[in-house]
Design a protein around this ligand. Structure first.
Ligand SMILES: Nc1ncnc2c1ncn2[C@@H]1O[C@H](COP(=O)(O)OP(=O)(O)O)[C@@H](O)[C@H]1O
Ligand SMILES: [Mg+2]
Length: 293
């Protein structure tokens, strides 16, 4: 089974940078897919081509895609749209546009983003999938929704069995069951094939959020590889000016908090770099630094 490595953390901490660096590294030894589910994703800029229209080969052994709402909902329609309409229209006087409304329901987009990930993981085309996620809250919601969906669909099945007589020509049970089965597979994929790196900068909010998200991921059942503490200022630079010295001292306090909160978990450290960070050469260097730290 394909291994999935996710990068999570507060906005702007370096998730995309670390994801691309890691994907470049993995592509050296096996077929790799880089998926971004961050709506403000920037992998298109990094690879210098639009990646929001579908999966694209961006290098040897490396495919990439920026999953947009439009792509995800199109997938949902082709998979469940017709069946969903058949079920609803069998007992309500509605037209096909009802599907437009259902599409906007909470959880549908997240469910199918994860379904996309599942399909790619099950295709067995890739050794590793590197997943650049949306900032903390969105990603955690995505995971919570899976559990909620599963519970709701189990309830829906019971309710259906009570009101069976309403449905004359169609069988909603098969729809409920296939959806429930999909959710169960997604939960298994997250719990058994997925591990996470939590990225932070040495500042209060990124560090506190990183520690919280690591705890939430663990509670959910996703293995946490460790933390990446990114953008620490180099000490030799900071001793030259009181402003930078104060900044350095503050960073060091949050670094200590991170190390203490991480306990036995690994903390990789990457300093603030001066190069053109979006350049693939610089990202390959970041990959080496990640490897070494
Ligand atoms: N170690 C670093 N040194 C200097 N700039 C960095 C470093 N890591 C990331 N950046 C820059 O910080 C910004 C935010 O990084 P990004 O990876 O897009 O964060 P996220 O995906 O978490 O929002 C980008 O401009 C990126 O190039
Ligand atoms: Mg990003």
């Amino acid at each position: 089974m394909t291994k999935i490595e996710m990068f999570t953390g507060k906005g702007g901490v370096g998730k995309t940078t670390m994801s691309v660096a890691t994907a470049l590294k993995y592509a050296q030894s096996g077929k790799t897919l880089l998926i971004s589910t961050d709506p403000s994703g920037s992998i298109s800029e990094i690879f210098g081509r639009p990646l929001d229209q579908g999966l694209t080969e961006v290098g040897e052994n490396l495919d990439a895609v920026e999953l947009t709402r439009a792509q995800v909902l199109a997938l949902w329609r082709s998979k469940f749209g017709d069946e969903m309409y058949a079920v609803i229209s069998s007992f309500l006087p509605v037209g096909p546009e009802i599907i437009d409304y259902i599409e906007g329901a909470p959880g549908i987009e997240e469910e199918f983003m994860l379904d996309y990930l599942l399909t790619k993981a099950q295709s067995n085309l890739y050794q590793t999938i590197v997943w650049d996620t949306a900032p903390t809250a969105t990603t955690l919601n995505m995971l919570c929704i899976q559990q909620l969906f599963y519970t709701h669909l189990t309830q829906a099945q019971k309710i259906y069995l009570k009101v069976k007589g309403v449905f004359s020509q169609v069988d909603p049970l098969s729809l409920i069951n296939s959806w429930r089965d999909l959710t169960a597979q997604i939960i298994t994929m997250l719990k058994t094939d997925t591990t996470a790196w939590v990225v932070a900068n040495p500042e209060r909010l990124p560090v506190e959020q990183a520690l919280n998200i690591a705890a939430s991921l663990s509670d959910f059942g996703i293995g946490v590889n460790g933390f990446i503490l990114n953008k620490t200022l180099p000490p030799e630079l900071c001793s030259c000016h009181p402003f930078w010295q104060a900044k350095y001292d503050s960073q060091q306090r949050w670094r200590q908090r991170m190390l203490q909160g991480a306990g036995s978990r690994k903390v990789k450290e990457i300093s603030e770099l001066s190069g053109e960070m979006q350049a693939l050469g610089v990202l390959a260097e970041v990959a080496e630094l990640l490897q070494q730290s």
